[in-house]
Design a protein around this ligand. Structure first.
Ligand SMILES: [Zn+2]
Length: 434
């Protein structure tokens, strides 16, 4: 069955920046067949004998679904639990001891909570790094979301066997859930992995023919410690270990030298910029404008709900745009169109999914959000992307389609029983905190 969304203002985020006011989107199964003016489609629809389901998009804006390029989705459990702390104290005193109490099955419900939150904020794809990755994959499968899931690797220690098993299980998930789940290999960071262990992880990525997802140059302490221990910056350290021969998605990249950025640009290292987390943990401001000037692909991530404390890419867009200007003193830094590109097309590129998602065009998967533009905060009419970045709320997202399946319509979730999720998450959180 085909679905036609008509009378809809479309911003494709394709390479030519095409926009179609009052246009139409036609998709069949999981794939977009047509995006453009309705007049070009009218006759074709009439000729088509098969039933076409019609969604009237009047008063709405269609955009590709947002992409959250760096998160730890089960950390919804720790939302609001540990505030006013720097990264190292936050991890060692609060987060790691609590994570040690997680049991198999917990992360399924915690991930469904995160999936519900993201769906309601227009996010169709997330890239995750955590443990209990089988639970996360199951939540992605059941919620209908597209996901790139990575098992966090720390070492060397005696947990490697279990971590490897999780990686093998993730590889199997790539053949399930209509192909919505892919994987990367995720050495946690240079400060939690020895050089030899980093090489082990790199070889694992080569073996599975996939990319690397890593936290990189997040804090000044990480860079100072790496300089002391290895005599080079974390970026140069990874480069010397052969990392940049593979696709790398590096989260944060707050503390970079010019040489670091040149090296990253030369080797097409993609960045997941997480401005809210960087500010909340007082890590600093990533030099986004200087990365973009070098042609580095910069995507957006929320990081986990414990350091943000939400999973809204729309909110992250606003934060990114505002701090880029405030930090550089340049009002031209990071204009609205660019920041939406970071949340869509660049996100897809960062996750090696640019053939499938990130823009609305024929041949790509139907990952579409319909945004209600009737609210007073979006009036009078102006450039919709400017409105979206500076005035939009997650609550404006009315309908979300992922891989051709409607997962939310009229703000109602179709794949997740939120009441049940709240009940299960409450039980888990009570156990973790007592
Ligand atoms: Zn992170």
């Amino acid at each position: 069955m085909k679905t036609l969304i008509k009378n809809i203002d479309i911003i494709t985020m394709d390479a030519d920046k095409n926009r179609y006011p009052g246009g139409a989107i036609l998709y069949e199964g999981d794939t977009i067949e047509y995006v453009g003016p309705f007049s070009d489609l009218e006759d074709k629809i009439k000729e088509d004998n098969r039933q076409v389901k019609v969604i009237d998009g009047r008063g709405m804006l269609a955009l590709p679904g947002f992409i959250n390029a760096h998160t730890h989705i089960p950390m919804t459990a720790f939302r609001g639990y540990a505030d006013n702390m720097a990264l190292w104290e936050w991890l060692t005193q609060k987060i790691w001891p609590m994570e040690a109490k997680l049991k198999p099955g917990d992360c399924y419900w915690l991930s469904l909570l995160g999936a519900a939150e993201m769906i309601m904020a227009g996010v169709t794809t997330f890239s995750d790094m955590y443990m209990f990755t089988g639970d996360i994959a199951r939540a992605a499968a059941d919620s209908g979301m597209r996901a790139v899931i990575s098992r966090a690797m720390v070492g060397p220690d005696d947990t490697y066997g279990q971590r490897l098993k999780d990686v093998e299980e993730l590889a199997e998930w790539q053949n399930k859930a209509e192909g919505r789940i892919t994987m990367m290999i995720a050495p946690h960071a240079v400060y939690t992995c020895s050089p030899d262990f980093l090489v082990t992880c790199r070889k694992l990525a080569e073996e599975y023919k996939t990319g690397i997802h890593i936290h990189l140059s997040e804090t000044a302490k990480e860079v100072e410690d790496c300089l002391k221990e290895h005599g080079k910056t974390p970026v140069k350290h990874l480069y010397d270990l052969g990392y940049f021969d593979l696709p790398v998605t590096a989260a944060h990249c707050v503390h970079l030298t010019d040489e670091d950025m040149d090296l990253m640009a030369r080797h097409d290292v993609r960045v997941a910029h997480c401005p809210s987390s960087n500010m909340k943990l007082a890590s600093g401001f990533a030099p986004v404008d200087r990365m973009l000037k070098r042609g580095i692909t910069v995507s957006l991530g929320t990081d986990g709900a414990a350091s943000n404390n939400n999973l809204s890419i729309l909110k992250e867009m606003s934060v990114a745009a505002l701090i880029a200007k405030g930090y550089t003193g340049d009002p031209n830094a990071l204009p609205a169109h660019k920041v939406v590109e970071m949340a869509t097309a660049s996100g897809a590129k960062a996750l090696m999914l640019e053939d499938k998602t990130g823009s609305l065009e024929a041949g790509k998967k139907a990952d579409i959000q319909l945004i209600d533009t009737s609210g007073p905060h979006l009036f009078p009419k102006e450039d919709p992307l400017v409105h979206l970045v500076y005035s939009g709320y997650s609550g404006d997202v009315d309908t979300l389609v992922i891989n051709g399946r409607v997962v939310m319509q009229g703000r109602k979730l179709t794949t997740i029983d939120l009441g049940l999720v709240y009940k299960e998450v409450e039980k888990i959180v009570n156990r973790l905190r007592n």
